[in-house]
Design a protein around this ligand. Structure first.
Ligand code: KG4
Ligand code: ZN
Length: 344
């Protein structure tokens, strides 16, 4: 087929998603249909994702979402060229749901199967809009991940540095949880931070005194926020000040490491105006985004970020990664297994 169509499935965390992408004549990709079912309401009471609840919700939703995208795109199984599903890393019960569904469709309809690393999906996501060429520098910053990647081509990724403990999104969620600001915590903390003084509370920037590494740490920051909350009664002013100070600390960490990562990228790759891409749920944060965009401008990098729906977990990026692998003939056998851990 000249313009292959790939069905992509995602279920590694708390988003159930299905999408269909097609390769266009000009070499770009078109998202024919996509659905994302959020489970936020199911996890809100717990202030975080509960793995068993997530897995059950994926089972309930996945088949219906696949039916919906197939109908919206007016496709029959015989129109598909292949099936791609996230096979890790993530919450294993959830990963299994998408993976088994993808394998079943592949087997029943005799379609090639591609097991996709969720991080590869995020890494390739800026290519959904067709504006970014290889190679580029990517900061993936979400509830589960925080890493700098040199994206040199499909399957050709080099990790330059990552968090050694928590992801920033986790720290946002924890910060919101201890002050009961709501779930998911990121947007709530951002709202409160707008009214606060970012200089009010002195929070640590762990590891940042070390300039010989791109590794990051957020666990100590989380603990420091907890201490600040316990130190004196949290009225609204103090809530806002804690949120603003926390957000600034995260921005300082990401910004400092981004500048270092850009220097390393420049040393390795000769490009007039290389691309710097930020993806992942935390990239939704306006303060962070503006800060990183300014960093990019100053360093002579072109700044890009996928539209919000493709920054957070989605199946379009999994279908795209599947399409790229399909075009290279990189199919997976049906005994490929789900992996809770799977560094890129
Ligand atoms: O990419 P994503 O949907 O899922 C993961 O793969 O983790 O990211 C979700 C994370 C959550 O921790 C959420 O609190 C955070 O992204 N987030 C934000 C904002 N919106 C979502 N963090 C900071 N500011 C935001 N506006
Ligand atoms: Zn993700």
């Amino acid at each position: 087929l000249d313009n292959p169509i790939i069905l992509g499935l995602e279920s590694s965390c708390d988003e159930t998603a299905a999408a269909l992408v097609r390769r266009c004549d000009d070499g770009g990709v078109e998202v024919l249909a996509e659905r994302i079912a959020s489970q936020d309401d199911k996890h809100a009471a717990f202030g975080g994702v509960v793995p068993e609840i997530a897995a059950r919700a994926h089972v309930e939703r996945m088949d219906g979402l696949i039916k919906e995208v197939m109908e919206e795109a007016r496709l029959d199984w015989k129109d598909l060229s292949g099936v791609a599903a996230t096979s890790g890393p993530g919450l294993i019960g959830g990963v299994l749901v998408g993976l088994m569904t993808g394998k079943a469709i592949s087997l029943a309809h005799d379609l090639p199967f591609m097991g996709i690393n969720h991080l590869e999906g995020h890494a390739l996501s800026p290519r959904l809009t067709g504006q970014v060429e290889f190679p580029y520098l990517l900061l993936l910053v979400s509830g589960g991940h925080c890493q700098f990647l040199m994206v040199k081509g499909v399957g050709d990724y080099e990790r330059l540095g990552s968090t050694i403990d928590d992801a920033p999104g986790e720290a946002f969620d924890k910060t919101a949880k201890i002050m009961a600001l709501g779930f998911p915590g990121g947007p709530a903390v951002e709202r409160w931070a707008k009214q606060g003084n970012a200089e009010a509370i002195d929070l640590p920037r762990p590891l940042l005194n070390r300039k010989d590494t791109l590794d990051m740490s957020f666990a100590g920051l989380k603990t420091a926020v907890r201490r600040a909350v316990e130190l004196e009664p949290v009225n609204d002013k103090r809530k806002a000040d804690i949120c603003a100070s926390f957000q600034l600390a995260v921005a300082d960490i990401l910004s400092t490491r981004t500048r270092q990562a850009m220097d390393i990228f420049r040393e390795r790759i000769n490009a007039e105006r290389p691309h710097f891409v930020v993806a992942g749920g935390v990239a939704a944060n306006q303060t962070l985004r503006f800060r990183l965009e300014a960093d990019a401008k100053e360093a002579g990098f072109a700044f890009a970020s996928p539209p919000m729906r493709w920054c957070t977990d989605n199946a379009a990026m999994i279908a795209l990664a599947g399409l790229e692998r399909y075009l290279l003939g990189q199919f997976d056998p049906l005994d490929v297994s789900a992996r809770a851990r799977w560094p890129l």
